[in-house]
Design a binder for this molecule. Structure first.
Ligand code: F0G
Length: 350
């Protein structure tokens, strides 16, 4: 049994002091899984999935949240606040509970899955449902944090970025180098910025000799970074990345530009198809937004932008159980089969 988390494992790379509380839910150290059957579908020679859905609150947010909440506590904060499409809220709520402080989560009305709301409430967060989308909710959270003694833990908080950079370190530590391509979903732009910080830092330390090309995938109905301008009313089945005005716009663009990468839009149909292929080919169940990186990489290969002979990593950012509404279900009105071997065997055509 280990409770080693991000703070302990990557202490040298994080802005910790002797007074930073040793907060941990044993986050990070997630698997980097070789996925040959998915690689064949995507069209590349070598593919890995970094499965962030196995973090304590089932998304990558925990890496940055443990740092942000620990630093907030170190500074004497007793309340953290965030706006969220769900995963940030669940993570903030869990780490606030673990640290014994208050969490307030601003949630866009109708924009958060039932599973994520259940998480946040279970951990004891105080929810405020906002009559707007994520972008406006984040504006309010930022303003509240300026005017009141509440600590903002959205990814504009630099401690979140420092913590999330640990995922890049882990990938390099396992592969022994950087991949050729790193593909991931982009919403507010924090995570792609954090990965780029991590890769650059390892590069400067000469831990890795090359840098990856960064591929940021956005849902077609919520693709401000692909379009080059904000989107007023973003719409996509991937509610986690239903964001029209990314707060980390400049650093996300820098990651793509400096790495020679690209932002790519993928349709909701492509996202759901990728989600299904990841699950059925490799046994990895992720939420729709998480599949956007895989869908984006496949489209990039098909377009001739990413060479097939690339060593690629796709980040699957959150667990599939967070969003089951978009998965086919059993028809509850269909007649059930009698509990006999004969009837089940007949139903299966055995
Ligand atoms: N994937 C998942 C599962 C997410 O929850 C998010 C963001 C992203 C990708 C995109 O990351 O915003 O750093 O570009 N979720 C935020 C939230 C907005 O409130 O949970 P990003």
């Amino acid at each position: 049994m280990t409770t080693v988390g991000v703070l302990q494992r990557y202490a040298h790379y994080l802005p910790l002091t002797a007074r930073t509380p040793a907060l941990s839910l044993a986050e990070g150290d997630t698997p980097l899984l070789p996925v040959p059957r998915l690689a064949a579908w995507v069209g590349v020679d070598e593919l890995y999935v970094k499965f962030e859905g196995v973090n304590p609150t089932a998304s990558f947010k925990d890496r940055g949240m443990v740092v942000a909440v620990a630093k907030a506590m170190e500074g004497g904060a007793t309340t953290v606040i965030c706006a969220s499409t769900g995963n940030t809220a669940a993570s903030a709520a869990a780490y606030a509970a673990r640290g014994g402080i208050r969490a307030v989560v601003l949630l866009p009305r109708g924009g958060v899955t039932a599973g994520k709301i259940a998480q946040a409430l279970a951990y004891g967060a105080e929810p405020v449902v906002i009559e707007a989308g994520f972008d406006a909710a984040l504006d309010v959270a930022r303003a509240l944090a300026r005017q009141y003694p509440v600590e903002l833990v959205n990814s504009v908080n630099p401690y979140r970025i420092a913590g999330q950079a640990t995922a890049a370190y882990e990938i390099c530590d396992v592969l022994g180098s950087a991949p050729d391509v790193l593909a991931l979903p982009v919403g507010n732009g924090g995570n792609i910025s954090a990965y780029w910080v991590g890769f650059r830092r390892y590069h400067e330390a000469k831990t890795i000799a090359t840098l990856p090309v960064m591929l940021g995938a956005q849902a077609a109905g919520a693709a401000p970074l692909v379009l080059g301008h904000p989107v007023e009313s973003p719409e996509t089945v991937a509610s986690a990345i239903r964001i029209g005005r990314p707060a980390s716009w400049d650093t996300a663009v820098a990651a793509v530009t400096e790495s020679g990468g690209e932002f790519r839009a993928v349709t909701d149909a492509e996202i759901l198809e990728a989600r299904s292929e990841i699950a059925r080919r490799e046994g990895i169940f992720c939420e729709p937004a998480s599949a956007a990186g895989v869908a984006g990489l496949r489209a990039s290969v098909a377009a001739g932008r990413t060479p097939a002979r690339s060593r690629c990593v796709c980040v699957c950012t959150g667990h599939g159980l967070k969003d089951v509404a978009s998965v086919p279900s059993i028809d509850a009105s269909a007649p059930a089969i009698p509990a006999t071997v004969e009837a089940v065997a007949a139903a299966l055509g055995l």
